[in-house]
Design a protein around this ligand. Structure first.
Ligand code: MCN
Length: 791
């Protein structure tokens, strides 16, 4: 057994079961007497429901029940709640139209659930759904941001004027206007952040179960946060008290944000199980996932930077339109506001920033957080703008970044957009990435590529992320309708092995390994004797789950606090057993000792005494060695870094390939370098996907054109280079681990690095900006235009 504590690249404990097919995913769960649900969805983007004739479907072979929105209304079920409220500039609350579980009166996007058929088999349910007769009157659709805000646009919700959910702002407008008035130059860029469709390997699934003898409901679901689902579904939708509702999120095959939310199908199967008094299972087909999982990004922005004659940033002004889709998904309103606008200082000391964000309803699938959530959008905008400034002023693109970086000795650093960064060293990450990418030697590689008839370019992006969300009081004041602490229970068993119950949820991040490493480090228990339990509201205390790269910084810190309590109690027991003063007891490497003596007791001896308290200070101490701690962070954590992409373009076809990618990130103290490397590489793969390939495209009538894997291009292994991952560490100053999040950094830093590299490759073609994805067609057209002198 080698070193297994903090800093060890321990292999993932969970991979034994994942790689040998022994995972226990929601679709693997089968309850006795189980039925199957098929959800009939709208094939129209916008239509009035005039009536639904369910008779033929109900009469079909194997069908047990058919339910529509009317049945849910008769049971007085609530709609799907939104967990975050934004206020408009004028202080009024955002528009928050109802979000029925099954459509009521109208459908508002392709994929909107209309009815559910419950049958003895999946196929019987699906066949019967074809017998549903749904009378619809088509309504005009607003299928994009631009269509939804156009004068006279079709209203997605009758009572939401102009399809505007909210009109919000942040920053000091007067200060920014004054800086612009006195500026040497203003650099302006219009950009779009392409709409993405998360494609976790495991599609969403849900099994609802009801025990008529106890009245208990159980929902097994593909969720990143079972307690949040229990709270939202129990309290707001189905009106089931917590003690009668258990939510289990077993192994989950990736989420990337898309499994944070409370989805209609979870409520449907749980409610239907109660109605038919049998378990009900639903598993999405991949096509369903495309039109029912929350999408990501979809911004249109105008960004302007006022600069002085040396290229110093004086003020930033940003106007953003953010697509919300047809309804508000659980956390949608906070993504283009508090996870986006607050990030617009980035790694730069821009003294004044003003941001306006209008959130827009459209007849499209709801949009919410997707890996990075708001922060990739902010980073793309900033890092494209900085390259445009370099382009327009002739100042070198690395030099202009250095000139505007927040100095390394300026921490804690208060930005003009609310955040206070605790630590960082952006010069170190930049220098590390440039060195790792051999930036200095690039021109030789460009020349070599040219000799082969290829266009080669290099691009740099520096980024700052706020994650580890969040201090509850802060997010509460900003509109969150939930607390954002985390909880950990550390249970030392009689013979010294340990079970940890955590409110965090692992769905690919490797918590069963890294969290166990925290126990190895702090309690000196070998990794093989540590079990991490998560994902079941009947087992774990009320926790908030995994998103916003918060699990280590917040969930891990809760564990550290619980282990502090274990050690403090253990010291009292040890003092009693070794007849010493508590102050003289030391704890190290799993052993309690009396300072200055050779008296020592192992943790296992102390835990045995705690559970077999024959010789025990029973007057002062309760038996047992089982402690819980809740941890509410004082601040976000602020990873930062630099990504360098090197691309090569085939001018004949316009195809760009990423040849080299170098990431140097500051994620604070690293618990498991191999897992962090994997996290960064996964994020970069998704960032390259966004930059080169992925785009959710709707036509004007609201049909999702990229609604399958055939049309929506996911990155594959041969689209990706070797991704080199390095670190330049500054510690988080306010959590006990000194750790910052790493789960999203790859997806945040990489897209602008790739686009900046493509534009560098195309520098002879006079193209200043390109929106993502940089498809071969787009690049080829630029080259053709350039060749024809039109660019
Ligand atoms: N870690 C570490 N040292 C650090 C930071 C993190 O060793 N300084 C480890 C952690 O202990 C954990 C992993 O790295 O095992 C990721 O930690 P963290 O950054 O805290 O992120 P979370 O665990 O909270 O995961 C959420 C994050 C997000 S927001 C998305 S989206 C995402 C991501 O993680 N979705 C993922 N990574 C994913 N990886 C997989 N395979 N699947 C997803 O759905």
């Amino acid at each position: 057994m080698g070193f297994e504590g903090i800093g060890a690249s321990v292999r993932r404990k969970e991979d034994q079961r994942f790689l040998s097919g022994r995972g226990n995913y929601t679709d693997d769960i089968n309850r006795p007497g189980q039925l199957y649900a098929y959800i009939k969805r709208s094939d129209r983007a916008h239509a009035r429901i005039n009536g639904i004739d369910t008779a033929a479907a109900k009469a079909a072979s194997g069908v047990v029940a058919v339910f529509t929105g009317a049945d849910m209304a008769a049971d007085e079920l609530g709609g799907l709640p939104c967990g975050w409220q934004i206020h408009n500039k004028d202080g009024t609350p955002m528009a928050e139209p109802p979000h029925p579980v099954l459509a009521q009166g109208k459908v508002r996007h392709v994929g909107d659930p209309i009815a559910v058929v419950i049958a003895e088999s999946k196929q019987a349910a699906k066949d019967a759904a074809e017998k549903l007769v749904i009378h619809l009157t088509d309504l005009p659709a607003s299928a994009s941001i631009q269509a939804a805000i156009a004068p006279g646009a079709a209203p997605v919700h009758d009572d939401v004027a102009g399809n505007i959910c909210y009109d919000w702002h942040l920053g000091d407008k007067d200060m920014v206007d004054a800086a612009f008035a006195g500026a040497h130059k203003v650099v302006r860029l219009e950009l779009e952040n392409n709409r993405l469709i998360p494609n976790a390997m495991e599609p969403r699934a849900a099994v609802g179960d009801f025990d008529p003898s106890s009245g208990d409901f159980t929902l097994y679901t593909t969720s990143q946060n079972p307690h949040v689902i229990r709270l939202l579904m129990g309290a707001f939708v189905l009106h089931i008290p917590e003690n009668k509702l258990r939510v289990v999120a077993p192994d989950v095959g990736g989420g990337f944000g898309s499994k944070i939310y409370h989805y209609a199908e979870e409520a449907i199967v749980t409610w239907a199980a109660g109605k038919v008094r049998r378990p009900v299972k639903w598993t999405a087909e991949r096509t369903e996932s495309f039109m029912s999982d929350a999408h990501g990004r979809d911004h249109a922005s105008v960004a302007e930077m006022a600069i002085d004659a040396q290229g110093h940033f004086l003020a930033l002004r940003v106007h953003t339109l953010a697509n919300m889709g047809a309804y508000l998904s659980t956390f949608a309103p906070c993504i283009p506001t508090y996870l986006y606008a607050t990030l617009l200082s980035g790694v730069y000391k821009t003294p004044a920033i003003y941001v306006e964000v209008k959130a827009v309803f459209s007849n499209t699938v709801p949009v919410d957080a997707y890996r990075g959530a708001g922060r990739p959008e902010a980073t793309f905008l900033l890092e494209r703008l900085v390259d445009a400034i370099a382009h327009d002023t002739g100042i070198d693109r690395v030099e202009i970044r250095r000139r505007n970086f927040i100095p390394s000795d300026a921490f804690p650093y208060q930005t003009p957009v609310a955040l206070q960064y605790d630590s960082g060293d952006y010069f170190a990450t930049l220098d590390g990435a440039l060195k790792g990418a051999n930036w200095a030697g690039f021109e030789a590689r460009r020349a070599a590529a040219k000799a082969r008839g290829k266009l080669r370019g290099i691009g740099v992006s520096t980024y700052l992320e706020a994650c580890g969300i969040a201090p509850s009081a802060v997010v509460g004041s900003l509109g969150a309708r939930a607390g954002l602490y985390e909880v950990g229970t550390v249970r030392v068993h009689p013979t010294g092995s340990v079970t940890v119950l955590t409110g965090s949820h692992s769905h690919g991040q490797g918590h069963e390994t890294t969290f166990a490493q925290l126990v190895v480090d702090q309690l000196g228990v070998p990794l093989s004797q540590v079990e991490i339990v998560h994902g079941d509201t009947a087992k774990i205390p009320f926790g908030m789950g995994t998103y916003g790269s918060r699990s280590l910084a917040v969930g891990g810190s809760a564990m550290v606090k619980a282990m502090d309590k274990i050690i403090a109690k253990g010291k009292k027991i040890a003092a009693h057993l070794m007849e010493a003063a508590v102050e003289d007891i030391e704890f190290k490497d799993g052993k309690f000792s009396v300072a200055g003596t050779d008296k020592v007791k192992a943790l296992a001896e102390i835990s045995l005494a705690a559970y077999v308290p024959h010789n025990y200070p029973i007057e002062e101490l309760e038996p047992g060695l089982d402690e819980t701690a809740f941890y509410d962070p004082k601040n976000f954590t602020f990873p930062g870094g630099c990504h360098v992409a090197e691309v090569e373009i085939d001018p004949e076809t316009g195809t760009a390939s990423v040849e080299n990618f170098t990431a140097v990130d500051d994620v604070g103290r690293v618990i498991n370098p191999m897992i962090v490397e994997g996290q960064v590489q996964g994020g970069v793969a998704q960032g390259i996907g966004q930059a080169l390939l992925e785009h959710a495209v709707y036509d004007a009538s609201g049909q999702l054109l990229s609604g399958s894997m055939m049309d929506y291009t996911m990155p594959r292994a041969d689209n990706l280079p070797n991704i080199s991952v390095g670190h330049a560490t500054t510690l988080c100053t306010h959590n006990p681990l000194g750790a910052k999040g790493c789960g999203e950094v790859g997806a945040i830093g990489s897209p602008p690095a790739v686009i900046n590299a493509i534009l560098d490759a195309l520098k002879d073609y006079k193209v200043r900006h390109m929106n993502m994805p940089a498809t071969p067609e787009k690049i080829w057209s630029i080259i053709q235009g350039g060749i024809n002198g039109k660019a």
